[in-house]
Design a protein around this ligand. Structure first.
Ligand code: BES
Ligand code: ZN
Length: 653
């Protein structure tokens, strides 16, 4: 694939140096003499013309189509932040100091990624001797934001940018006290993955660039700031907080939260930050985190990030979890009271190896992050909770994958997905997660578990603190497993998994006895042979409930819905995953008694994994008016990302 794309591009007479092209695009209307030498080859119009050909050729490995940064000329190595959180105006304001490494003897402009930033001054130079320099903003792209072009004095290795964010910054949510558990204090959190760091820091916002960072964060005195860095559980709340992240990380892992937060330890290296109202419940729910950390280290190599803490966010957090290093950000909607949803913690922890230690070089390679993490999650769940839980988690993941394959175009079933010209927020699916994990599971099955575990441990060591492409991984496979097990593995099949749609024939099909025994019971009830109250649900796990509900046919009668609901109290389920599965059934069958719960669910929870399918279902099952009404009501409390992706569903483009 890679070779093919290079050949086709040069056959078109277009150079393969896409970074240079991006630089040119960023140079915008500047005069020719202003344009950096390395970027004099073609204009944005040229790029446009070549697009159909590039489309055919496939994305080029290692090119980040989602950053303007000229990373072939400069690399940012360290970021120093001094930011004040102004809750009245909903802006972060201050300075970012970037230390840059020069990769070229020439002196081209430095191009950074920004989105909706108000840049007031830029200085550059060496050490502390910085002088004001010229800067300009290029043309805004709806997906990528706006390139910031900075003219550097010769030899400059430091840039200081004064700026403030916009109140609608795509990577920051400012919450009113009413949206928090305590209802008294405001809250702020950032969510940088995939390309939102640029909305709160001007930088090279590409996962192939790793930086260390230091930050001073100034907040209202009574609030606490935490970051993906060295949080100090003992710190005094005084409104000025200092952080350091000494390990190099990609920009999408820079994270900040501010709120009325307290800390509770769970183990020697693990603890929880949360509002006081949630702290004890969270610490109890996630008390196995330390065990998870230990088994993962034992099997896959040392945990290299010092502490591992959790931050429990308000329910508007648009994801289940986010693997910000040293401090995973977690939705409160997984505090179910029975540890049934803690696979999420295993998942975010696993990213400390797959993702944070070895990072996808571009968003096309996301499966290297999420597929490995999903595989490790299952293994961690087995180590800590045993075989039955493992089988169930695997089987649910497999069912999710099959459901996703049912409604996706072929090109989006490819693990190394073509994201050119697309917004990553709109495209990510279960494919990188579950297909990636199934692929690794097949490798494990073929060569044996102990051998595969050894491979993973070696892989994490080999590429530690690097960002790699799919091709780097395949090359590594060539040099390791394919050499060691030539009779068990073959390259063609690996290519098929990564570069072709669907699931290769003969792939493993994870199932669970705890699930398959529910099939005849569901069927008997559907046939009217037994009543819901005849079903012995004592001891059913959340996973079994989910399987039982998700396997219901498209249509159920009013009587069937009412019977299920009155017998199992599904509309009032306290488990958000069960409530979600039930609400999906309720929406597609227009089951009225569930409507108040549906509205409450959509207004109070901002997790897109739930919201998107519910809104989509409402739109196709004749409830577009109420979808609009509820969305408009909920909108002021939603995260910018939640607003963006669900507006598309409700109002179209
Ligand atoms: N890193 C992801 C979240 C993410 C992915 C944010 C891509 C932005 C772009 C995180 O680790 C994740 O996968 N979260 C899942 C957890 C689940 C699979 C257990 C989620 O939020 O649902
Ligand atoms: Zn993940």
């Amino acid at each position: 694939m890679l070779t093919a794309s290079l050949v086709t591009l040069s056959a078109c007479g277009k150079p393969a140096d896409t970074d240079a092209a991006k630089q040119e695009a960023a140079a915008g209307e500047e005069s020719a003499s202003d344009i950096p030498e390395s970027a004099t080859k073609y204009t944005p119009e040229d790029l446009e013309k070549s697009a159909p050909m590039a489309q055919k050729a496939g994305p080029e490995s290692g090119v980040d189509y989602h950053s303007f940064a000229n990373t072939n000329d400069y690399l940012i190595k360290h970021v120093g932040l001094d930011l004040t959180a102004d809750f009245d105006n909903k802006v972060l304001k201050g300075e970012a100091i970037l230390d840059i490494q020069r990769l070229t003897r020439k002196n081209p402009a430095l191009i950074l990624d920004t989105r909706d930033l108000d840049i007031t001054n830029v200085r550059a130079g060496v050490g502390n001797s910085l002088q004001d320099v010229k800067f300009s903003l290029g043309k805004t792209d709806p997906n990528l934001g706006t390139p910031l072009k900075i003219n550097l004095p010769k030899g400059a290795s430091r840039v200081a940018i004064q700026y403030q964010t916009s109140p609608g910054a795509s990577g920051v949510q400012w919450l009113e006290p009413q949206q928090t558990a305590g209802k008294k204090h405001p809250f702020l959190f950032t969510q940088a993955q995939a390309i939102h760091a640029r909305s709160f820091i001007p930088l090279q916002d590409s996962p192939k660039v790793r930086v260390t960072y230091k930050a001073t964060i100034r907040t209202p005195e009574e609030l606490l700031a935490v970051m993906s860095a060295n949080n100090d559980p003992e710190t005094e709340k005084d409104g000025v907080y200092e952080f350091e992240m000494p390990q190099p990380i990609p920009s999408y892992l820079i994270a900040l939260a501010i709120g009325n937060l307290e800390f509770k330890p769970m183990g020697e290296r693990t603890g929880v930050y949360a509002e006081p109202e949630l702290l004890d419940a969270a610490a109890a729910e996630f008390e196995d985190t330390e065990d998870m950390l230990e088994v993962t280290e034992k099997n896959y190599g040392p945990y290299r990030w010092d502490r591992y803490d959790l931050l429990i966010l308000p329910p508007s957090f648009p994801f289940g979890g986010m693997e910000n290093p040293r401090l995973s950000f977690i939705t409160p909607t997984v505090i179910a009271g029975d540890k049934s949803l803690v696979a999420l913690i295993a998942h975010e922890l696993a990213h400390s190896w797959s993702g944070n230690l070895i990072t996808n070089a571009s968003w096309r390679d996301l499966w290297l992050n999420e597929g490995f993490t999903t595989y490790l999650t299952n293994r961690i769940m087995q180590f800590v909770y045993g075989d039955e839980r493992y089988q169930m988690e695997m089987a649910l993941g497999y069912d999710d994958l099959k459901a996703d394959l049912d409604d996706r175009e072929d090109k989006d079933e490819i693990m190394a997905i073509d994201l050119r010209g697309r917004d990553p927020d709109e495209v990510f699916s279960n494919i990188p997660y579950e297909k990636g994990s199934l692929f690794l599971y097949e490798l494990e099955q073929k060569i044996g578990r102990a051998n595969f575990d050894q491979f993973l441990m070696d892989y994490f060591n080999h590429f530690a603190f690097q960002s790699i492409t799919t091709e780097d991984f395949v090359k590594y496979l060539d040099e390791t497993l394919l050499k060691q097990y030539p009779d068990k593995l073959d390259r063609a099949r690996i290519q098929q998994w990564i570069f072709e749609p669907g699931i290769p024939e003969g792939a493993p099909q994870p199932t669970s006895d705890a699930f398959t025994k529910l099939d005849p019971i569901r069927q008997q009830w559907l046939n009217g042979e037994i009543k819901a109250s005849d079903i012995d649900t004592d001891g059913w796990t959340f996973h079994q409930w989910k399987y039982f509900l998700d396997g219901m046919p498209e249509k159920l009668s009013e009587d069937q819905l009412a019977e299920l609901d009155s017998t199992f109290d599904l509309t009032q389920s306290k488990n958000n995953e069960i409530a979600f599965s039930w609400l999906m059934i309720a929406v597609r069958n227009q089951y009225k008694p569930a409507e108040p719960r549906l509205e409450d669910f959509l207004v109070t929870i901002g997790r897109n994994k739930f919201l998107r399918p519910l809104y989509r279902n409402m739109m196709v099952h004749g409830q577009s008016d109420s979808a609009k009404r509820i969305f408009e009501k909920a909108k002021p409390g939603y995260h910018p990302l939640t607003v963006k992706v669900n507006s598309k569903i409700i109002y179209g483009d």
